[in-house]
Design a protein around this ligand. Structure first.
Ligand SMILES: [Cu+2]
Length: 143
């Protein structure tokens, strides 16, 4: 008790003021919390994949949106256990890009090509048997 009092009184007024300042600073300062960064979405939506092969599985078509050069043919590969019937939009007329209608019925394991996609444009396609299934729709951009 007595010893402690001596110790405190031994401090210079400046040191005491500094200690008080530090104490008040420590209590009052609040560090701004770092907000969690949202991970970026992989790939850019709407950017078609440059390929001429579309694979069909139980999950749907992959890739959904592709880009080909004028004159190219697109091969549809059915790796699903059920048949698919790939057709041009719009359902049920299939009039936009008749070259896609050459694919038609694809039994499990089958692969078929479209006709030559000569005209620069965007062709939508779907599974004519399951036209409402979004995972079985996609686009072919010819440019
Ligand atoms: Cu259709």
């Amino acid at each position: 008790m007595r010893r402690r009092c001596v110790l405190v009184s031994g401090l210079t007024p400046a040191a005491l003021a500094a200690a008080l300042l530090l104490a008040s600073c420590g209590g009052g300062s609040s560090s701004t919390p770092t907000s969690p960064t949202t991970p970026g979405t992989p790939g850019t939506p709407g950017t078609p994949t440059v390929t001429t092969t579309i694979t069909i599985t139980a999950a749907g078509v992959s890739p959904k949106d592709i880009q080909v050069s004028p004159g190219a043919r697109v091969t549809f590969v059915n790796n699903d256990t059920r048949a698919h019937q790939m057709s041009s939009d719009p359902h049920p007329d299939h009039t936009d890009c008749s070259e896609i209608n050459q694919v038609g019925l694809l039994t499990p394991g089958a692969r078929k090509e479209t006709g030559n996609l000569n005209t620069a444009r965007t062709c939508g396609f779907h599974d004519h048997d399951l036209p409402a299934v979004a995972n079985l729709t996609g686009t072919i951009v010819i440019r």
